[in-house]
Design a binder for this molecule. Structure first.
Ligand SMILES: Nc1ncnc2c1ncn2[C@@H]1O[C@H](COP(=O)(O)OP(=O)(O)OP(=O)(O)O)[C@@H](O)[C@H]1O
Length: 595
């Protein structure tokens, strides 16, 4: 058995950074490179203007230098964005892989308590927010912060007065940006809720259209629809308002800062000029820098928001990764003794049949078990007297609710046993213990002498097949439904299983035969159930566990499934939960569970 793995969002991020080290280095280089290079063009432009103002021709090389720097700055920024996108995708892949590994390791108890929608939202929404943390969160925030600081530093050396002006202005701009962004976010969320209501309202109206007409509720439904649209409209209005106001205000502040700096630079006052004096070229460069400082400030506000929601996503992902895991059993080389009962059971008439018969009458000591009937087929298909399924003093409960109390029973190879009992007695719980989904609180639930929960997934498939009330389709072809992607089950075994249940003809008549992509409409309900039996027997298990397999079928379809089951049961031990008894001949036995 393997212990719980310790994995968290931080370790997934760390592992991905190490695994993608060249990409990570590329991001660091492009982020810093883009910040540094973007500072240079205004400086060169300032020099060019100063030359022109002094009556000198700046020369082709200076102009070329200016354009080259602009090109380089743009190229580095786009390279940075590409690296970040790829990195974000790698991160998403790493997170989703770890989450899906975790999902298959969750204990049955944990899975039972999980809402499917909540699990899906961790795979989709939460992982997306973590991806955004890298594509438009933490790294972009670092880049933008560096940009603001470096622009400020350059202005400080170029024009001390303007730098002091920015010290006052930048926090004001930032605060204004955050207020607008928060208001916009609230309005967007309101809009999302309203749009959700509108989109739910339409199908709901269509679904209930007869009831609406019958009860004359058309006006009421129309009014509700109008209200929802109205809510959405006012939310969009708010968003548009803030959107419309933001840019002009920022442009205005930009213009105010430039105007103040220029006015003071042209004031002619010696004291003021010690702070604001600058050449024409420098003033061009400074104006350029000021207009560059606004966009990273605006980005910073958005990035803070992205980081906040990513932190919530990371928290939810960590919560999921910390959930209790089932005890994982390592795959091991195990000797497959082959079927103790062959396909042709009668041919393997056992010398021990007599011994089993004695056992069947003697082994009824369980406190809560009643062996109503215990017969052995005259042709006797038991090969030995060792039980293939056994409950020894099993006590089990969910949380504090004890369901099975000190239960004992033994089932022998080749037997056909039906578990019966009132609803809630614990029949399905017996199956869950045999499937190894739960571990008994005390006692032993054994399959071929081994604790069921200790069996690895491969061993389980070899030892037993499980058929449920309804078929659970996996994405893939008809063949995949039978093999469940087990490469050990070849075409021959697939076809043999389908023939056994009488579905081979139907499958080959499909457009692509066994390669037909499965969709709900390609088979009838009964045929899906036949496919379920084919899936269960394809691994050639020695035991079949059947859980109310005809519960949802009409009489005719049930007849067809029972016929298939008869062939599938031949030479196997069959344990079924049913309110009806499948096979009353030969080795059939009834176990009543009292719970
Ligand atoms: N995952 C679970 N968590 C908590 N209690 C459970 C869980 N599964 C079953 N139970 C409880 O265990 C008891 C036995 O349930 P079980 O499904 O084994 O009964 P059953 O005999 O198969 O019933 P039915 O014939 O109605 O299917 C019931 O009281 C049920 O509420």
């Amino acid at each position: 058995m393997t212990a719980n793995r310790r994995i968290s969002a931080a370790s997934i991020i760390g592992n991905t950074v190490v695994r993608e080290k060249w990409l990570s280095i590329g991001i660091i280089l492009t982020v810093t490179g883009a910040v540094v290079i973007s500072l240079l063009p205004p400086l060169v432009l300032g020099k060019i203007i100063d030359r022109i103002a002094g009556g000198n021709f700046p020369g082709f090389s200076m102009a070329a230098e200016y354009f080259l720097l602009i090109f380089l700055s743009g190229a580095l920024e786009s390279l940075r964005e590409s690296f970040l996108t790829v990195f974000g995708q790698k991160m998403t892949h790493a997170f989703r892989s770890e989450l899906s590994k975790k999902l298959v390791r969750l204990s049955a108890d944990t899975l039972n308590k999980e809402e499917p929608g909540a699990v899906v939202s961790r795979f989709v929404g939460d992982v997306d927010t973590v991806e955004a943390l890298f594509t438009s969160g933490i790294i972009s925030m670092f880049a933008d912060a560096c940009r603001v600081i470096s622009i400020f530093a350059v202005i400080w050396f170029q024009n001390r007065g303007l730098a002091l002006l920015l010290v006052v202005l930048i926090p004001v701009i930032f605060a204004f940006t955050r207020i607008v962004q928060k208001q916009m976010l609230t309005a967007q969320l309101e809009n999302r809720v309203a749009v959700g209501r509108v989109t739910n309202h339409v199908p709901e109206t269509i679904r209930c259209i007869r009831t609406i007409h019958t009860l004359g509720k058309e006006t009421y439904m129309e009014k509700r629809y109008d209200d929802y649209i109205g809510e959405s409209y006012s939310a969009i209005e708010k968003t548009n308002f803030y959107d419309a106001v933001y840019s002009p205000v920022i442009l205005f502040l930009n213009a105010v800062a430039v105007a103040i700096a220029m006015l003071l630079a042209a004031s002619g006052n010696a004291k003021i000029l010690t702070l604001f004096g600058m050449s024409v070229g420098t003033s061009v460069a400074v104006v350029n820098y000021i207009s560059q400082v606004f966009s990273p400030i605006e980005n910073l506000g958005m990035e803070i928001q992205t980081i906040q929601s990513a932190v919530a996503g990371v928290y939810r992902i960590n919560e999921f990764l910390e959930k209790p895991e089932r005890e994982m059993v390592e795959e091991r080389a195990f000797a497959d003794p082959g079927h103790t009962v062959g396909r042709n059971g009668a041919a393997q008439k056992s010398e021990n049949a007599q011994g089993r018969a004695e056992n069947s009458s003697g082994d009824t000591s369980a406190a809560s078990i009643d062996l109503d009937a215990a017969k052995v087929n005259d042709s006797g298909i038991f090969e030995n007297t060792e039980p293939c399924v056994e409950f020894k003093d099993v006590t089990f409960g969910y949380d504090n609710h004890i369901v099975l109390n000190d239960m004992n029973f033994a089932i022998y190879p080749g037997e056909q046993v039906t578990l019966t009992g009132r609803t809630g007695a614990g029949k399905s719980t017996i199956f869950k213990l045999l499937l190894g989904l739960y571990r008994p609180n005390s006692g032993e639930a054994l399959i071929e002498g081994e604790a069921a929960y200790r069996l690895s997934d491969k061993e389980k498939r070899k030892k037993f097949g499980y058929v449920e009330q309804s078929f659970h389709m996996v994405p893939g072809t008809v063949r995949d439904q039978i093999t469940l992607f087990d490469p050990a089950i070849g075409d021959e075994a697939v076809q043999a299983a389908a023939k056994l249940v009488g579905l081979h003809g139907t499958i080959v008549s499909l457009d692509d035969g066994y390669d037909t992509l499965c969709k709900p409409e390609i088979f009838s309900q009964g045929q899906w159930q036949l496919l379920s039996i084919a899936r269960a027997v394809a691994g050639e298990p020695r035991i079949l566990l059947l859980d109310e397999i005809t519960a949802n079928l009409d009489a005719e379809t049930e007849e067809m499934v029972l016929r298939a089951l008869k062939s599938a049961s031949e030479g196997r031990t069959v344990i079924s939960i049913s309110h009806r008894v499948y096979q009353k001949d030969g080795t059939w036995r009834l176990i009543t569970v009292y719970g």
